[in-house]
Ligand binder design. Structure first.
Ligand code: LHQ
Length: 259
């Protein structure tokens, strides 16, 4: 239910159930988790790019992917979160290399949380974001209730989550929910360019940058100074820093190897 390709150190994961707007099934979650494992274990990983096939990015949980219960019976929904969603999210969030999401169409419910869990999000102008949870009487999951207030502040997060109104990609970019909204016609080019950027990036520095930004929420400024010093110390010994300094002196673009 997904496509997986690894080229020039960049893993590309494409959600591939276009007829169901790439809504998430147990099988699909397992496949994404295994793809993330394979990417992480591959030698010299420089980045991960996630996108969707067809007109949607991901419509959240596939609401038909479960055995129907006898009339009147109710279900414990936490089980799927613990056994399916959480293992996937743990893999995604602990990926040292940058994870970029290229949202090609609607991202709803857990599909929106999935996109927001990535480090950087690009979206096609026609893509839409919707906190679909409240519309079916549920709460944001897959980390959505954690990501939203951090990305856009509590006021906007509450508005989005309580009312479940649809946001355009432009609105999402304007309020800082995502990094960039790009014209539909440029989406494939964006995907290719971002893959090339990741393939030529100072990968260790980007991993350390993620680590620093992520730690900042739980650190005091003094603790963050310590962390920055520790990370910068490590970066000072990398090949990429040497190359970066050389390239600067020689007035040429750097050729980073990710080491
Ligand atoms: C779908 C889905 C879908 C199945 C479209 N499932 N078929 C939940 C429960 C339990 C445990 C753990 O966590 C969660 C987390 C969640 O993610 S809750 C939120 C689940 N998602 C939603 O409620 C979104 C439902 N979908 C929609 O509201 C719309 O489809 C959106 C706004 C995403 C797109 O609207 P349209 O562009 O108008 O497309 P459409 O509605 O016509 O959908 C196309 C087809 O895809 C359609 O099937 P059909 O046979 O009529 O062509 C939909 O039924 C199917 N589809 N989402 N989540």
């Amino acid at each position: 239910q997904i496509l997986f390709a690894l080229a020039d150190g960049v893993a590309r994961i494409t959600l591939n159930r276009p007829e169901r707007l790439n809504s998430l099934t147990d099988v699909m979650r397992g496949e994404i988790s295994r793809a993330l494992d394979e990417a992480r274990a591959s030698a010299g990983l420089r980045g991960v790019v996630i996108t969707g096939a067809g007109r949607g990015f991901c419509a959240g949980q596939d609401l038909a992917d479960r055995k129907p219960l006898p009339e009147g019976q109710r279900r414990d929904l936490s089980e799927g979160l613990r056994t399916g969603y959480r293992p996937l999210m743990e893999r995604l969030r602990s990926m040292p290399a940058p994870v970029v999401c290229v949202v090609n169409g609607v991202a709803a419910g857990a599909g929106m949380s999935f996109a927001l869990a990535c480090d950087v999000v690009f979206a096609a102008e026609s893509a839409k974001f919707v906190q679909a949870f409240s519309k079916i009487g549920l709460v944001p999951d897959m980390g959505g209730s954690w990501f939203l207030p951090r990305l856009v502040g509590e006021g906007r997060a509450m508005g989005m989550a309580l009312f479940g109104e649809t946001l355009t990609a432009r609105q999402a970019a304007d309020c800082g929910l995502i990094w960039r909204c790009v014209p539909d016609a440029d989406l494939q080019q964006t995907l290719d360019e971002v893959s090339a950027t990741l393939a030529g990036a100072p990968t260790l520095a980007l991993a350390a940058t993620k680590q620093a930004l992520r730690a900042s929420g739980g650190n005091t400024l003094m603790q963050q100074f310590d962390l920055e010093a520790e990370l910068q110390r490590a970066m000072g010994y990398t090949d990429d820093y040497l190359e970066g300094m050389r390239a600067f002196a020689e007035k040429r673009p750097p050729r980073f190897t990710g080491r």
